[in-house]
Structure formats: C-alpha cells, structure tokens
Design a protein around this ligand. Sequence first.
Ligand code: HEC
Length: 111
Amino acid sequence: MKSKKVTLTIAAAALAGILLTSTSTSAHAVDGAAVYQAKACLGCHGMDAKTPVMPTYPKLAGQNAAYALQQMKDIKSGARANGMSVAMKAVMQMVSDEEMEAIAQWLESLN
Ligand code: HEC
C-alpha cells in the first residue's frame, strides 16, 4: 500500500519535472547528466543512477552504453514491455535519440 502511494507520487513528480524542463533542453551539445535530470529519470532511478527509489527498479550507473541505449529505445518503442516498463515508457516519448545516446554515454562513465 505504502509503496504504491510512493510510486504515484514519484510519477507525478516526474511528470511535473518534464513539464517544467522540457523546453530548456538545447538541441546541440547534449549533456547526458543534464538530460537525465531534466527528463526526470532521477525520479525513479535516483540522482546518482544507482539508488533507485524502488527495489524493483534497475540501477543504471556503469551500464554499457550500447546496452543502455538499446533498452531505452526498446522501452520507448514498446519492444520491451512488461508491467514495470510502462511507467517509463511515457517519459521516453519526450526523449530524442540524441538525448538517449548522451545519457547512455554518461551512464557508462559512472562507477
Ligand atoms: C516512472 C519511473 C521511471 C522513470 C521516470 C524512468 N525510468 Fe528507466 N526504468 C524504470 C523501470 C521500472 C525500469 C525496468 C523496466 C523493466 O522491467 O522492463 C527501467 C529501465 C531502464 C533502463 C534499462 C535498465 C536495464 O538494466 O535493462 C534504462 C537504461 C533506463 N530505465 C533509463 C532511464 C532514463 C534515461 C530515464 C529518463 C529519460 C528513465 N529511465 C526514466 C522506471 C523509470
């Protein structure tokens, strides 16, 4: 019960973050860390990308860039779809290929 409420709160916070920041992401020189924060990824995966808010959410820090990029694309397209990925799918509609690439590179650089 408690965790469901937390999840809803986080989803609402994530959406609010998108609404507030979606216009501020520049199209050039994409900064993966900045996009990660601006697109509210941290709302679920944690500020450092290794402290997810739910034990059922994955840690991302240090992940191979190619793998992370493919997962983001697959969640966005729906090719990867399960009960867990639905929450993230909506967010991914606001993230471009270029931004996903930048995020993936940044995630790989983390320890
Ligand atoms: C509402 C919560 C939520 C938000 C917001 C969210 N994610 Fe996720 N993410 C998840 C969940 C849950 C999964 C696991 C999905 C599954 O089980 O298929 C996941 C999976 C992933 C994966 C694949 C991890 C793996 O090991 O396969 C990557 C990469 C990822 N997210 C990156 C991001 C990025 C980048 C953003 C921001 C643009 C983001 N996520 C926003 C919840 C979220």
